[in-house]
Design a protein around this ligand. Structure first.
Ligand code: BGC
Length: 745
């Protein structure tokens, strides 16, 4: 970015010439873990420059930096060399350029980007290195589009399987969440662009999201909903955070003193900026005083934003001091320096939609696919004797890059499942494609595509007789069938939650009928959230779960089906048998109305299922492989530990099958003797390892004892109880292969 410094006063100019701290250098040491930008690293040179800049600014110029002047940018102060702050969505890749004052696409022809796997898929890799790779890759794309802020990652906890944004979020588990969020953010920020971690916080439903008042008890807030945000600030040093739409304990999150000032800044030491979600600001003085820095998306002309003319008037009327305004400007300038938007001679230029980035998308996709069932070993497909394959289902050709408001990506490459098979199958194998089911919605009051819908549109579940006939004929005349079913980005979307877990568009009937005419049928589900797969699990011998899986999703899927890739994805959430089994629904505390209280408390996801002994359809952490692994020699380096130590778990993993493959060793911790309510088990460590067929590998998983702490509300402290803990090591939350007891002294 060209910075025009010429008009600065001489003194300021000299200050600017002092070389700025190299922010990138600070990040190179550790890619996936630990502290990267501790707050003390903010250069003092910049602080002096910042003071000099603020001294030159008028109140009007300051206000311009505090609110959107177009859909995705704030004003800069050109005469002082302060650029506009350019922002872009989002979690699945860089969004196409939007018009200045409306949501209509700007119509550029050079804004095609890489479509990366949605967060559900990233989480299913259980691989923090891939999370870094994603962040780094998409960070480069953001820079190539000259952006300063990437509105990503979205890290809200999946509280209910019905949540419309489940596919956009990582997981139901706070530990997995933070282990993926941290490297993702570091990856983005390694490219001189700010990550904007969203949506802060307890923003776990779309129904009534604009006003619902969420209540959680303090321990639940700290142990479930905040850990990934805290790690984003303290370990990844995220430069910006997005304030959520809803209320928390009576106050909108964008004007919530407790969340934005007390927790985020005072407790966690956050020195970056808080940007509002689009149209999430409701006041002028309150929002600023309570910690927000930038108002975006308000549906009014720029001067009518809460932080525009009204703010200038409030200062003039003495309702808020100019010093308070300066503090927000200081924060904004600080992060602009940090990403070299000001004074940055060697800022990352970035690159867009390159082969390398498509390869990054592929690498994530291939590790995200979850093998749910393979009873007759139909998979990986053996092609001898196979001359024809029926490929059935609207999802075989459905594209999923666009849609979902901020999560849409305009891309030139989206390999569909059918394309993937065509790319990977030998030419002599005939593909008989049949659409099978149609994506159809019935018209009703909630079905209008207004800006924020309240309910998922009702789907038509009767199959089209012609389509069904075609599908059954294709299945009958082919040596085997593959059905691509599930959901899509129209059905799962921001701004609405699903009504229930049922598969839309009559797919259940279709799958059963195809299975009846050709039992050699593989069922592949594509989606971002749990569905009711009870019948399908029972009737089909082979079941795969894939995601909205990016530009290369179809190739990765074909490679898994054909065995070039051995699946290693593990579910990042629990798939319940019935929605009533899920904690938010069992406690009758979803979606609430004006307010919602999270009655299940800390018992979110598998914590609930395991503590209450409820059998899920597929448990958290579950995923099969084409090979088998054996865990042995499970031990710890010591029998007892003090609070400042790390527990080192050693184990040996043997690949006993005929395929090379990756396995995820997962460590869950139980504390049966606890004096307080604890979940039956909690994930506290994991490691993904690649092991060749027949080979054996030792793995070490380290868990800081501090990870075992619970949040003690009375003292406001994290407390590690003394006593005996049981470490349960397995390859899913329900398949524990060994246990070790340890003592904490
Ligand atoms: C979403 C955000 C998104 C923003 C801008 C909002 O509706 O909640 O995640 O970044 O729009 O598109």
């Amino acid at each position: 970015m060209k910075i025009n410094l010429i008009v600065l006063s001489l003194a300021t100019l000299i200050l600017f010439n002092i070389s700025c701290k190299d922010a990138t250098k600070l990040t190179k040491d550790v890619k996936t873990e630990k502290t990267l930008f501790p707050s003390e690293e903010i250069s003092l040179d910049n602080e002096t420059k910042i003071d000099a800049l603020i001294a030159e600014m008028t109140l009007e110029e300051k206000a311009g930096m505090l609110h959107g002047s177009s859909k995705f940018a704030t004003e800069g102060v050109e005469r002082l060399g302060i650029p506009k702050m350019n922002m872009t969505d989002g979690p699945l890749g860089i969004r196409e350029e939007i018009s200045k004052d409306s949501w209509a696409p700007a119509g550029w022809d050079n804004d095609f980007a890489t479509y990366y796997p949605a967060a559900g898929g990233v989480a299913a890799t259980w691989n923090p290195e891939l999370s870094y790779k994603f962040g780094n890759s998409v960070g480069q794309e953001a820079r190539a589009r000259d952006k300063d802020v990437l509105l990503s990652p979205a890290i809200n906890i999946i509280r209910t399987p019905l949540g419309g944004r489940t596919y956009e979020y990582f997981t139901e588990d706070p530990f997995l969440n933070k282990k993926l969020a941290v490297p993702f953010i570091v990856g983005i920020q390694d490219n001189d662009v700010m990550a904007c971690v969203k949506h802060f916080a307890v923003n776990n439903q779309e129904t009534n999201r604009d006003f619902v008042d969420v209540n959680t008890d303090e321990r639940t807030l700290r142990e479930i909903y905040l850990p990934a945000f805290k790690a984003s600030v303290q370990e990844a040093n995220a430069y910006s955070v997005m304030g959520a739409y809803n209320k928390f304990r009576g106050d909108f999150l964008c004007e919530n003193d407790y969340m934005q000032n007390k927790i985020l800044r005072d407790e966690w030491g956050f020195r970056g900026i808080v940007i509002s979600d689009w149209s999430a600001v409701h006041s002028t003085v309150k929002t600023l005083v309570n910690g927000l820095d930038i108002e975006m998306g308000t549906r009014k002309p720029a001067n009518e934003f809460f932080l525009a003319d009204k703010l200038i008037a409030a200062v003039k009327d003495g309702e808020i001091s100019e010093e308070e305004i300066d503090e927000h400007i200081r924060r904004i300038l600080r992060v602009l320096f940090q990403v070299k938007a000001i004074d940055g001679t060697d800022r990352t230029e970035g690159s867009l939609a390159t082969e390398e980035h498509y390869k990054d998308a592929y690498d994530i996709a291939e590790e995200s696919i979850v093998l749910l069932k393979n009873e007759k070993n139909l998979l990986p497909l053996q092609l001898e004797g196979i001359n024809s394959i029926a490929v059935i289902g609207n999802n075989a050709t459905k594209k999923n890059a666009l849609g979902g408001y901020g999560a849409g990506v305009k891309t030139k490459r989206e390999v569909t499942p059918l394309d993937g098979l065509k790319n990977r199958l030998p030419e002599n194998i005939k593909i008989n494609y049949a659409e099978g089911y149609l994506e159809r919605y019935s018209k009703n009051d909630n079905d209008q595509k207004i800006e924020v819908t309240l309910n998922t549109p009702t789907t038509i579940t009767e199959l089209d007789p012609e389509k069904l006939k075609e599908a059954l004929e294709a299945a009958k005349k082919s040596d085997l069938a593959i059905i691509f079913a599930g959901s899509n980005r129209d059905y799962e979307t921001e701004a609405s939650d699903r009504k229930d877990l049922s598969l839309p568009f009559g797919q259940e009937e279709l799958i059963q009928k195809v299975l009846a005419v050709n039992p050699k049928t593989i069922v592949v589900m594509i989606g971002g959230a749990p569905f009711d797969l009870n019948t399908i699990k029972e009737k089909s011998s082979s079941l795969i779960w894939s995601w909205f899986n990016g530009s290369e999703g179809g190739n990765a899927l074909a490679d898994v089906i054909l065995g070039k890739v051995n699946p290693s994805g593990k579910l990042p959430w629990t798939m319940p048998k019935r929605i009533e089994d899920s904690p938010a629904h069992a406690t009758n505390s979803f979606p609430g109305d004006e307010s919602v209280t999270y009655e299940e408390g800390i018992m979110v996801g598998y914590r609930w299922f395991d503590t209450k002994n409820i059998e899920p359809l597929y448990p958290f952490g579950f995923g099969l492989s084409y090979t088998d692994f054996e865990f042995s020699n499970i031990s710890t380096n010591k029998d007892s530990y003090s609070e400042d130590e790390d527990i080192q778990i050693n184990l040996t993993i043997k690949n006993t099958g005929i395929h090379d493959g990756k396995e995820v060793a997962q460590v869950y911790v139980s504390h049966p003797g606890s004096s307080i309510e604890k979940a039956a088990k909690e994930l506290k460590g994991f490691k993904k390892v690649f092991i060749k067929s027949g080979a054996t590998q030792d793995a070490i998983i380290s868990i800081p004892v501090k990870e075992l702490a619970y949040y003690q509300v009375s003292t406001k402290k994290w407390v590690v109880e003394k006593g005996t803990y049981i470490l349960k090591i397995g390859n899913s939350s329900r398949n524990i292969l060994g246990e070790v007891s340890i003592k904490i002294n």
